[in-house]
Design a protein around this ligand. Structure first.
Ligand SMILES: O=C1O[C@H](COP(=O)(O)O)[C@@H](O)[C@H](O)[C@H]1O
Length: 269
């Protein structure tokens, strides 16, 4: 078991790893972290802009956010870190997963949840262009418009090290201009997807990876202890003073030597 250290022991450019004894502890801490990021954002601006992934994340995220009475949900503005180009009620839709696990349980105004344009499903480039326009419309007027600055981006890590829909060896790993990219050759079904690009991830105030369960042990070791391998998740390097965080249960961290930081359950970040 690796040692736990307070947050300041890490260099500003190094990811902070929070390890939790159980998935429920992880979920509770994640809810507190999200709400602290929300509070910080709402001190500066009218809305909290968050990008959310699909996969295993929505369940862990929703579990302890639902039922919180202290959340100004009407101030949330939600985008998807990646989305599958399928109808919104399709079983592979990241919107649908988040809808089932969070949105249907909390009063985020539907117009604040940015979904793909499903009238263009046969043209993924048009879906990506439309989604980028939704981002532009939301972020115009903010200080940095070269790339949007999300208050928080929540990401998963696939068993191959992919994050968003950025897959190992895929040409989109080198996309440095656009905000939203598309692909129709995803190695994980469904093949057609859109994804935020690295520059967008790297301009966020905070990026938090969430992973749980023994099946993630091998990939967590590679991503955290061997970033030199350059797996997609390891390539997320948020520009300072932004920061990368990992929230994992100890089941997922069984092989990881990377130093854990003690999670301070706080309203401050
Ligand atoms: O395909 C996807 O996979 C990743 C990782 O999913 P997980 O189930 O291994 O957590 C997910 O973050 C992404 O949103 C999704 O489209």
């Amino acid at each position: 078991m690796s040692s736990e250290a307070p947050a300041p022991s890490k260099k500003a450019t190094e990811p902070i790893l929070y390890g939790f004894p159980s998935t429920d502890d992880l979920s509770q801490a994640l809810a507190n972290f999200v709400l602290a990021a929300q509070d910080e954002a709402l001190k500066k601006q009218a809305t909290f802009k968050i990008a959310i992934s699909g996969g295993s994340l929505p369940k862990v995220l929703g579990k302890n956010l639902i039922g919180r009475s202290d959340v100004p949900w009407d101030k949330w503005e939600v985008f998807f870190a990646d989305e599958r180009v399928v109808p919104l009620d399709h079983e592979e839709s990241n919107f649908r997963l988040n809808d089932e696990n969070l949105f249907t349980h909390v009063p985020i105004p539907r117009q604040n949840i940015h979904v793909i344009d499903t009238s263009k499903l046969d043209d993924p480039e048009a879906v990506a262009d439309d989604y980028e326009k939704q981002l532009v419309a939301s972020f115009v007027g903010s200080s940095s418009i070269a790339f949007p600055r999300f208050d928080l981006v929540l990401l998963g890590i696939g068993p191959d090290g992919h994050t968003c829909s950025l897959f190992p060896g895929h040409p989109l790993l080198n996309e440095m201009d656009g905000w939203v990219a598309w692909l129709d050759d995803s190695p994980k079904p469904p093949p057609t997807r859109i994804t935020l690009t690295y520059p967008v991830l790297n301009h966020a105030h905070r990026v938090a990876f969430v992973s749980s369960g023994e099946s993630k042990q091998e990939i967590m070791e590679k991503v955290l202890d061997h970033p030199e391998e350059g797996l997609p998740a390891s390539r997320v390097k948020v520009i300072s003073p932004g920061r990368v965080y990992f929230f994992s249960d100890e089941a997922a961290l069984g092989r990881v030597k990377y130093e854990r930081t003690k999670f301070e359950d706080s309203s401050k970040l």
